[in-house]
Design a protein around this ligand. Structure first.
Ligand code: B4P
Length: 200
């Protein structure tokens, strides 16, 4: 029987295009608010490092800048929710990335008697995204950060498949858009302001 979470859980989605600062800001937010960080990108990269069948399948998509199939990431998130029943809330980073993932997440959270409190969306121009990712590619060793055409494909995937996720949550009045350019600290402060308004 699935475990039920406490009703007081506070769950956030950090949303934005590749390179918008989701991973960077997530590290600071989990530290401040004690949330459990669930990054599908990190989970997939750790499957790749361990050379699991899931990782080998995912790598084919990630190296080309394409999204990994929905059923793979939904399965990963479902097990992560099951294995963390006592946390005070989740910070979803890079998930959901399609409307089908958003619907699946809502159903999983409903089963646990909890929901998404807010989606915080970071807005950054395309040229700044490309610049940041190429810059990270110099040290990250990530194949998807070193080639500009792969980076542009990731941005196209975001525009074609992921942007609709904001419409999905907008219908429930749960989306807040924030400027994702400026210093890491300034952006962190604006995220905290929005969280503090909603968290008791
Ligand atoms: P992710 O791991 O989610 O990575 P990302 O979107 O590329 O990066 P993120 O947005 O977290 O990076 P950050 O801005 O922090 O995805 C990788 C791949 O995994 C996807 O392409 C896809 O194939 C697959 N995948 C993951 N989740 C999936 C899902 N749900 N469904 C299907 N496929 C999925 O950092 C970027 C750089 O910017 C860093 O170098 C950072 O230092 C810098 N930076 C951050 N903030 C800055 C600021 N304010 N100013 C200047 N630089 C800044």
């Amino acid at each position: 029987m699935p475990l039920t979470f406490s009703k007081q859980m506070f769950n956030i989605i950090l949303f934005g295009p590749p390179g918008s600062g989701k991973g960077t800001q997530s590290q600071k937010l989990i530290e401040k608010y004690g949330l459990k960080h669930l990054s599908t990108g990190d989970l997939l990269r750790s499957e790749i490092v361990s050379q699991t069948p899931l990782g080998l399948e995912a790598r084919n998509f990630m190296d080309k800048g394409q999204l990994v199939p929905d059923e793979v990431v939904i399965g990963m998130i479902s097990s992560a929710l099951e294995t963390n029943p006592t946390v005070s809330g989740f910070l979803f980073d890079g998930f959901p990335r399609t409307p089908a993932q958003a619907e699946a997440l809502d159903k999983l959270l409903q089963l646990k008697k909890t929901c998404i409190a807010v989606m915080l969306a970071l807005d950054v121009t395309e040229e700044e995204l490309v610049k940041r990712l190429l810059n990270r590619g110099q040290s990250s060793g990530r194949a998807d950060d070193t080639n500009e055409s792969v980076i542009r494909s990731r941005i196209e995937e975001y525009q074609a498949k992921t942007m609709a996720v904001a419409d999905y949550y907008n219908a429930y009045n749960k989306v807040v858009h924030l400027k994702g350019e400026g210093s890491v600290e300034e952006i962190f402060e604006s995220l905290c302001e929005e969280i503090d308004k909603r968290k008791q």
